[in-house]
Write a protein that binds this ligand. Structure first.
Ligand SMILES: CC(C)(COP(=O)(O)OP(=O)(O)OC[C@H]1O[C@@H](n2cnc3c(N)ncnc32)[C@H](O)[C@@H]1OP(=O)(O)O)[C@@H](O)C(=O)NCCC(=O)NCCS
Length: 219
């Protein structure tokens, strides 16, 4: 798959909310991505398919899926945007296949979410998104990166282990939907020469395998 990553913008909110809902259907309340776009601590990137665009109907469907049945029905009934003068963002036409985001808190980057559309998984997109976060974090003065993953989410944990995360804790009953435990995973100092040398190697291997150019974010 030919794709690229870029910083998320307001026009991406509906597609990102749709991907979030597909990946985390039981998380309630879902992340409010409109609000996240105003959050100065938050940094999001999206991966886009180079060969596909999305039309209005698909964006609408994706946005509806991300609301619960009741909320979306009420929204439609009230024609929420028109009545409340809440002008919708003009949606991007690029076809987003995955996203990730983290918050910078003091000298730590905390990954809030990472997800790839189901049909696009196992093609290096999740890895590309994680590489983007690891690239950005030290530029935003973070020294370590941390996240939680369900103990049952082996796919995600393998991705994080690959990039030097280690289990540093266990949060009992962290997920409210099924009281599942979370493993807390953290990197070493991402600004250290050792970490950066290993990261450079991994990026090289990634590029040779997938041929996807790596992002250059300027901050
Ligand atoms: C986790 C997720 C983002 C991975 O995205 P992806 O694009 O499929 O992953 P990639 O193809 O880039 O794989 C990168 C690495 O992740 C690991 N991995 C990904 N999927 C895996 C699977 N099904 N089984 C085992 N390992 C897996 C592997 O280590 C893989 O490296 P490899 O190809 O050298 O084996 C994706 O499965 C997803 O969106 N899941 C639902 C949301 C979610 O659980 N997010 C994580 C919350 S903590």
């Amino acid at each position: 798959m030919r794709c690229y990553v870029r910083l998320m913008c307001k026009g991406d909110v509906d597609q990102v909310a749709g991907i979030d809902h597909e990946a985390f259907p039981t998380i309630w309340p879902p992340i409010n991505y409109k609000r996240e776009m105003q959050n100065r601590l938050a940094h999001y990137v999206v991966a886009c398919d180079e060969e596909r665009t999305i039309d209005e109907a698909e964006i609408e469907a994706s946005s509806e899926r991300s609301s619960t049945g009741l909320v979306s029905r009420v929204r439609r009934l009230l024609n929420h945007n028109r009545l409340f003068g809440n002008k919708p963002f003009s949606s991007t036409k690029e076809y987003i296949i995955g996203f990730t985001g983290f918050w910078i808190m003091a000298d730590e980057a905390h990954i809030i979410s990472i997800a790839v559309r189901e049909p696009c998984r196992r093609q290096g997109i999740g890895e590309l998104l994680l590489i983007s976060s690891i690239d950005m974090a030290p530029k935003l003065n973070a020294r370590s990166i941390t996240l939680e993953a369900r103990v049952s989410n082996i796919a995600a944990q393998r991705l994080y282990y690959k990039y030097g995360f280690a289990q540093t804790g266990l949060r009992k009953g962290y997920y409210i939907d099924n009281r599942e435990d979370a493993v807390l995973m953290t990197t070493e100092d991402v600004t250290s020469d050792l970490f950066q040398a290993r990261f450079k190697q991994l990026k090289q291997i990634y590029f040779e395998r997938w041929g996807i150019p790596l992002p250059q974010f300027v901050h």
